[in-house]
Design a protein around this ligand. Sequence first.
Ligand code: CA
Length: 176
Amino acid sequence: MSSLNKGLEKVDVTLKWDPSPMGAPVHDLDLVAATYTAEDPYGDPDYLVHFDSRAPDGTITLTRDSRTGQGFGPDEAMTLELERLAPSYVRVVVGVAIQQGSGRTTFGDVDNTFMRVAEGYDTLAENDFAGVAGSTAATVAEFVRTEDGAWELRDGVTGFDTEPESFAREMGRGPA
Ligand SMILES: [Ca+2]
């Protein structure tokens, strides 16, 4: 990386999936972001952003939210204005959790799941979740503030086998 790299400023994470067949239980996937401060970068999230929770400073917003996967374009979308985050924030982890209301549901049970991380028209990462087909949740992007203050993406999808609520607490922990 060049030292002229100014880092990521405003990033969009989008998620789509196909609705379940007629008569089958709906598939509800949720984008979740967890923020971490320099005091506890791998501990408990400072706050979460998801369908039921907003960023106190408005820097991370869920702009689209779906309970079924029906419709065209992204089903869920989140905008992260990283450059506006207070300096105390050093890490943001974004994940996808599948609601488990109708029994254990994994990415392998959901058709055509796809996520993309982009800044403007530049795609930074994309993934079809094939590598975590047996998981019920996954982290999909980790944004880290480097020593010079710039935000960078650490790419990669990691599967979890947990309910959405416990996933939100655990998604930012470092490797065990
Ligand atoms: Ca949802």
